[in-house]
Design a protein around this ligand. Sequence first.
Ligand SMILES: Nc1ncnc2c1ncn2[C@@H]1O[C@H](COP(=O)(O)OP(=O)(O)OP(=O)(O)O)[C@@H](O)[C@H]1O
Length: 309
Amino acid sequence: MWGGCAFREGFRMAVVEVSGLRKSYGDRTVVDGVSFGVEEGEIFGILGPNGAGKTTTVECVEGLRVPDGGKVRVAGLDPVADRAEVSQLLGAQLQESELQGKLTVREALELYAAFYPRPADWRVLAERLGLNEHLDRRFGQLSGGQKQRLFIALALVGNPRVVVLDELTTGLDPRARRETWEIVEDIRRQGVTVLLVTHFMEEAQRLCDRIAVIDKGRITALDTPRGLISRTAGATVMSFTPSAPVDLEGVPQLVSVEEQEGRITLRGTDETVTAVLSLLARQRITALQLRVTDATLDDAFLDLTGAAK
Ligand SMILES: Nc1ncnc2c1ncn2[C@@H]1O[C@H](COP(=O)(O)OP(=O)(O)OP(=O)(O)O)[C@@H](O)[C@H]1O
């Protein structure tokens, strides 16, 4: 059993609080008034295009960077002024360059466990993360997925209350990525709060309870994945191949229509779908391979950041 505070239904408090955070490099402001609270026991995602200020934000939470303005608290403590206490309750994923290639998995786990007064049993962690058969392997000989699992183990070995995972699955193949997602879900089940920086929409949609979308140093939206999707214009996507040319003139709440090789894909609302179906029936046109799906977080992301512009 890993540490952390067990999540109790109906009792939620912010364990990470960020308010009005500002950070500049030289005269360039890269985090410009970011505010959010991460509740105990949730997986909170930070999503945004390259250079949006995601890593800088979480580095301020970890106490690795000193904010120029605003306030950051982890369990009520200041990550810079109370660095020693915060490092005991916050587990951060290392960057590859921070671990010596010659260190074995066992040595790394033992070394990091020694940094904490009440460490988790690293053997249990190694077992859970599938590292047992690699204990005597040197870090430099591990595959990308094995390295990531070791980084997760090292982030958890201090029995943290909050764990920060930044671009955890970048560079992993789809299978390793899915396995890593299961591990993150397991971490949350143990009551550990997860702050997750990611580029992958599918990852954010599957794992996160709430997501802050950051663009150019500012939060452009903060909601559940479903809430973000429902904000997009055209949350319902319909596609079909009509048996004869179709005229969609007058269809309500139609946001976009694309036609490719005779197949029509349109975005709108449920009302749009109903109207299209009755229009097709009136015109005696069959909709072949009809599919109606929800828009994805990808669509929402493009709407909520400058990425589509
Ligand atoms: N130490 C630094 N000195 C100067 N500029 C920096 C430094 N670290 C980051 N930056 C710049 O600040 C901006 C925000 O960087 P940050 O790493 O926080 O963004 P990000 O959203 O995590 O990006 P990515 O998704 O590409 O990792 C970028 O333009 C980056 O080039």
